[in-house]
Design a protein around this ligand. Structure first.
Ligand code: HEC
Length: 291
């Protein structure tokens, strides 16, 4: 096998290994980044929902409660959970793949009834009260989503509307009935705030980033290979071929050929000079022999 072919094989092996290592490393880091981005988005949704809840509870409900004291129909707008869910429904018009739900096992509004997998999450919080956050992935119609869930705990203030129908405001019973959303106990975990953020967008971005990076690295390796080949050809292969040809001709008794003209101090020049010396010595010996 020729020198250039051997070296190319070696370089291709080294570059392939390099490409593989870069690919694996970059893939891991891009995936991690995608996960972190999705988590960040979910955290943002969760924080905004909590902020809406708090704002309603502290600033809107007190005013509304006073204003609607004598109304016979229930004013949903005083309910912090209603505010958060309704706000998010408006956000979903722009981000349809994102979902937000305040799921409860026994909800006041049946729209909030926990599905099977949501009930699993709520039961997880009920079984492990120390857990305040749960992160999971879930396959859905729109691809994989990241779920972020937080438990919803009953406090003394909630009991007015969620303990017994008899103590609940009349209008609430009129609007929602007395069948569900009651029997909650102080300190009990009755539901979970569950946010789903699609991972596919971030993952697609990571995949595209990886492909672009690999293409750039592959092109760099290819250009490097061409430059190395070019350098090797002019610095080593071409002079070596001349040396080999001259050595061949001398060995066949051709003494009149011109001496090599080595430049520089590298190994190839060294061999050229040695060959020149050998050529001269051989010529002298031949001259002596021929008298
Ligand atoms: C003034 C009455 C009232 C109080 C006080 C109240 N809630 Fe509610 N809650 C409601 C009503 C009514 C709904 C249904 C709102 C809707 O239609 O979205 C609701 C909905 C919810 C939901 C969504 C699931 C469901 O049942 O539909 C959760 C969770 C919830 N409340 C938890 C609480 C917690 C926790 C507290 C105390 C911190 C509390 N609520 C205090 C009346 C109340």
């Amino acid at each position: 096998m020729k020198l250039l072919a051997k070296l190319n094989l070696l370089l291709i092996a080294v570059f392939s290994l390099g490409l593989l290592l870069v690919g694996v490393g970059a893939n891991r880091s891009l995936q991690r980044q995608a996960q972190a981005q999705v988590l960040h988005e979910a955290g943002l949704v969760s924080a905004s929902a909590s902020a809406v809840r708090q704002y309603t509870e502290e600033e809107v409900s007190p005013l509304l409660q006073k204003a609607t004291e004598h109304e016979t129909t229930f004013t949903q707008q005083v309910i912090p959970f209603y505010a958060a869910t309704t706000t998010f429904q408006k956000i979903r018009k722009s981000y349809p793949d994102y979902t937000y739900k305040e799921a409860a096992l026994n909800p006041t509004n049946l729209r909030d009834r926990a599905s099977d997998w949501e009930a699993d999450i709520i039961n997880h919080f009920r079984d492990s009260p120390a857990d305040t956050e749960l992160i999971r992935t879930r396959e859905g119609a729109a691809g994989t989503s990241l779920l972020m869930a937080h438990p919803i705990k009953v406090e003394a203030g909630c009991l007015q509307c969620h303990s017994q129908p008899s103590v609940a405001p009349r209008p609430l019973i009129v609007s929602y009935g007395s069948e569900h959303g009651f029997g909650w106990k102080d300190g009990e975990i009755v539901g979970a705030q569950i946010i789903a953020v699609p991972i596919s967008v971030a993952e697609e971005k990571a995949r595209r980033g990886l492909t672009e990076l690999l293409i750039v690295v592959a092109i760099t390796f290819f250009v490097a290979l061409c430059l190395i080949d070019l350098g090797l050809f002019y610095i080593v292969i071409k002079p070596l071929r001349t040396i080999a040809e001259n050595a061949n001709r001398i060995s066949q008794g051709e003494m009149e050929l011109e001496q090599l003209n080595p430049k520089g101090k590298d190994e190839v020049a060294e061999v050229s000079r040695s060959l020149n010396r050998m050529h001269t010595s051989l010529q002298k010996a031949m001259d002596l022999l021929n008298g």
